[in-house]
Write a protein that binds this ligand. Sequence first.
Ligand SMILES: Nc1nc2c(ncn2[C@@H]2O[C@H](COP(=O)(O)OP(=O)(O)OP(=O)(O)O)[C@@H](O)[C@H]2O)c(=O)[nH]1
Ligand SMILES: [Mg+2]
Length: 648
Amino acid sequence: MASISISFSPYALARPRVRNPGRASPKKHQHRNTRKLNPSRPQLKVGTNGKEWSSTGVEATTYTRLPPKEDFSLPSFDSSSYDLSSEVKLSDSGVATEIDNDIVLLSDDEGEEEDDNGVDDNLGLNYGKFEIFEGNYDSEMEDEDFDSDEDEEEVKYGKPADIFEGQAVNFTDNDGDLEEEEVKEKGVPAVMRCFDRAKIYVKAGNGGNGVVAFRREKYVPLGGPSGGDGGRGGNVYIEVDGSMNSLLPFRNSVHFRAGRGSHGQGRMQAGAKGEDVVVKVAPGTVIREAGKDEVLLELLHPGQRALVLPGGRGGRGNASFKSGTNKVPRIAENGEEGPEMWLELELKLVADVGIVGAPNAGKSTFLSVISAAKPAIANYPFTTLLPNLGVVSFDYDSTMVVADLPGLLEGAHRGFGLGHEFLRHTERCSALVHVVDGSSPQPEFEFDAVRLELEMFNPELSEKPYVVAFNKMDLPEARKNWPSFKRKLQAQGIEPFCMSAVQRDGTYDMICAAYELLRENKVANKEFKDEDPIHLNHVADMVHKQRTASINDFEISHDSNTNTWHVVGSGLQRFVQMTNWRYVDSERRFQHVLEACGVYKSLMKLGVKEGDTVIVGEMEMVWHDSYDNSGLSSMKGSTASIKWAQWK
Ligand SMILES: Nc1nc2c(ncn2[C@@H]2O[C@H](COP(=O)(O)OP(=O)(O)OP(=O)(O)O)[C@@H](O)[C@H]2O)c(=O)[nH]1
Ligand SMILES: [Mg+2]
């Protein structure tokens, strides 16, 4: 594209010299036009710079640690949405070798009662034969989302620095949380990552351009300017959709662009406004600007709608520029560009009660019994990969939403297992139900381990009110364990409940107890909400404020090597972007505005020299300074004598 080649005098051009009008297009550092200008006047030569199985087991075992290899016999299932047939066997990889070695080492170092095979007396688990569900889910749903650099990922697992009994093996060096986070993130299949996190791009619509037109009608001589204004660009809204309970839809659609405003037309016709775009999110979504910690919005209730990005203003047509001194304005503005942004969405489910517990404790079974939810249930740890929600109704007006979360392992807070990934969903619960597998060898141990994990993840979680459900009372082991478990918890001041989820025995009392807890706590939450009304359009207000900064606020920096002056200010930049160079008066107004806001004066004060390059926004100009200051205002026909429509 040819350079814009507009050469003009900032002060005293009676007739703007526009070469190739209408071809003006933003382009960076175009070659300069060496057209000769009247040396007696100050001249700037202008150029533009171009921007996410069900089988009922008989013998169920709860694991609070990683389970032994032999327990990992998977029933074959074809239609499952989760294909676990391709777990990575750590014993097959270099990683496993490292873990084996370290565990043996650990038992030696610590002098614990653990034999050379790494058998833990507590649970009878052979830690030397772990399998870990880490990464390699090769189901059709994951193919494209897995990082192909699997090898690279394994290399990242370092030798655990210090492992002692009771502590989970940490695959990373303790070097930095960042690395741990990275490895953990990669190990989680995309469908899980996308369940409650998403990154989206939003852009408001550009405003439509204003036009230059004149009324031509029979018997109406001198009809005057009739160019209409452009329509404003579409807005970007974020709305809470009560039917959504995950952010999975954002796996496929990431970009949301509002429509641009239509251009203005003759006969004073303003352009239509651009189409708004509404991004639907699940209740409980927290929104941040990408890369920043500050929370922009927290959308909790269905129907809430927040204006995030306002559309760009439509450019004014020449009818808007008519004034007493400029009755035939040949000028119109470009529409303002719509703002754009990358947003990070994080979902924290809005459930009243969260069901927590070790894998295989019977959490999903419990949810399926108390609500209409049909979560996957199997005699297998980590059956639940994503949280399930269920609504428990007592009668018409007493209902509560219950979330069943993936099982928690010891070490979950360090990224072991899956539960950690989703623990944040319990942050918004008012009460927790802690399901304990009564048939496990040591239910007390399991109970303590899970409590510890909650505390390690977020101390506030461990402070939430909770009820303990000792499950699987239909099994003889559980009935045997119950008296001692009850005694131990009572000693701690906790009154546990016992139930058999499968036989629906004791589940009603359980849920009534949870509801009671919830009622007490919800009152407190309500009071809090009343105190803190949310103003949902503040993001748009902030964006708007940033964009409409005063044109008088600018900074000038100088690069002495290239003799270039950069005039930087968001108000000025917006002005430059909205200036439509195809119209002849644009240039004069441009000079007028630069003069009025003090850019020329400041440049001269700083010592701008003849031939220096001045860059304002996307415009590149050449400075010509030979002029007579005193003669400016008196010059007839100069821009100074024309009253321009106010910049807004
Ligand atoms: N005998 C007996 N088995 C039960 C009971 N509750 C659950 N189970 C069994 O325990 C196994 C695990 O149940 P789930 O509900 O999938 O356990 P979970 O806690 O959701 O497990 P994860 O989702 O893997 O963490 C299944 O085989 C259930 O049939 C019970 O009260 N009695
Ligand atoms: Mg489950």
